[in-house]
Design a protein around this ligand. Structure first.
Ligand code: HEC
Length: 197
């Protein structure tokens, strides 16, 4: 995530994987408010993006969808971040937009998600959070939630990408590595950061 300096796992103060079976927006006294807030933010981000993407594809096919992702993804993230007072973003082990590159903490969590998935955990329940000190000593709440690959995603992230989509992606993202995914793979994760007092 941009703006968040690399953080060291060794500075972990609190970490957890509160039962992810519960609905993100349900108030639960046993789950810290920062986790509930982050779950809700990730869900809003996901739903808003998916709606914009589906509409764009319906109106003008996948090439039109690329334009929307290109412009809207960052716009939605910025709007939501300002509204909620959190830093909201997306990241992945194989990124399309270099601005989505993971920092050290995010990289470790993405690898942890892959390991947990390999051990049979359902990929739609993979989440992780921690309170850490960043390298400037700022106490920060961090949260990540895995993003599974659905069939809708394959036109732009799958193994068989049409020549038109391929050309547009190459034009906008010459260093694109976010391809070759199959349905059910982990595409990446939502990532949220909140500076604490
Ligand atoms: C119409 C093409 C298209 C479709 C369909 C699509 N994406 Fe993307 N995706 C993009 C583009 C373009 C970007 C780069 C956005 C940016 O510039 O931040 C992107 C970026 C991402 C990122 C951010 C990390 C990165 O690689 O930069 C994630 C995570 C992601 N997509 C997940 C998905 C998922 C999950 C689906 C299916 C629900 C999906 N995408 C469907 C085009 C698409």
């Amino acid at each position: 995530m941009r703006h968040v300096l690399p953080l060291i796992l060794g500075t972990l103060l609190v970490a957890g994987t509160a039962s992810a079976r519960q609905q993100p927006t349900t108030a639960q006294p046993s789950i810290p408010p920062d986790v509930q807030e982050s779950r809700a933010a990730a869900q809003t981000f996901s739903a808003t993006l998916k709606e914009a993407l589906q509409q764009a594809i319906q109106n003008g096919g996948p090439v039109n969808g690329i334009e929307v992702c290109h412009v809207k993804a960052a716009e939605i993230a910025t709007d939501l971040s300002q509204k909620l007072g959190l830093l909201v973003g997306r990241t992945s082990l194989k990124i399309r937009n270099p601005e989505n590159a993971p920092d050290n903490w995010e990289l470790a969590v993405l690898k942890q998600f892959e390991a947990r998935k390999a051990q049979g955990e359902p990929n739609d329940s993979l989440e992780f959070f921690a309170v850490i000190d960043d390298d400037q000593g700022q106490k920060t709440f961090r949260y990540m939630k895995a993003i599974p690959t659905a069939s809708l995603c394959l036109a732009c992230h799958g193994e068989h990408i049409s020549p038109e989509v391929d050309a547009k992606l190459k034009e906008l993202y010459p260093k694109d590595t976010a391809r070759g995914y199959k349905e059910g793979d982990l595409r990446g994760a939502f990532t949220i950061a909140k500076p604490l007092p």
